[in-house]
Ligand binder design. Structure first.
Ligand SMILES: [Zn+2]
Length: 140
């Protein structure tokens, strides 16, 4: 319902009460206007809360859909299990602990860093690992 219709009617009612020189009635109409304004404000607040909840629900549904696609591999989560750059790495501490989907910054040597929780994770072999493997293999 359009609240301006209610305010217009109340204003007309206040005018009639004033014209009839009914002070007590005029005061009651003013009280009623105040109550209606409070109700309109409450309705406005509820609409804002409902909109916020709709957005949060949409975010949760998106996270839930994404959660179904996350796969833990090499110390981090990856969307669809793919280690392609656009699919991760995603911080396991932030996801497991707080359900926050935080992409880790990639550093050399397959180290990811989470700017949210400040943790590092090695999500692949390091050059040192490769070197050790090669020297072991060289010994064969
Ligand atoms: Zn993190």
């Amino acid at each position: 319902m359009d609240p301006t219709l209610v305010f217009t009617t109340l204003k007309e009612l206040a005018g009639l009460a004033k014209k009839a020189n009914q002070i007590e009635l005029t005061q009651k109409v003013i009280d009623l206007q105040t109550l209606v304004m409070t109700l309109v404000q409450d309705q406005w607040d509820l609409q804002k809360d409902a909109e916020k909840l709709r957005r949060e629900k949409a975010d949760l549904e998106k996270d839930s859909e994404l959660a179904g696609r996350l796969q833990f591999k090499n110390n981090a989560y990856w969307i669809d299990g793919s280690t392609a750059e656009e699919n991760g790495p995603i911080c396991s501490a932030c996801w497991d602990g707080d359900r926050k989907l935080v992409r880790m910054v990639r550093f050399p040597d397959n180290v990811g860093h989470c700017n949210r929780c400040d943790k590092n994770a090695r999500y692949g072999r390091s050059a040192h690992d490769e070197g050790s493997r090669r020297s072991i293999m060289d010994g064969w």
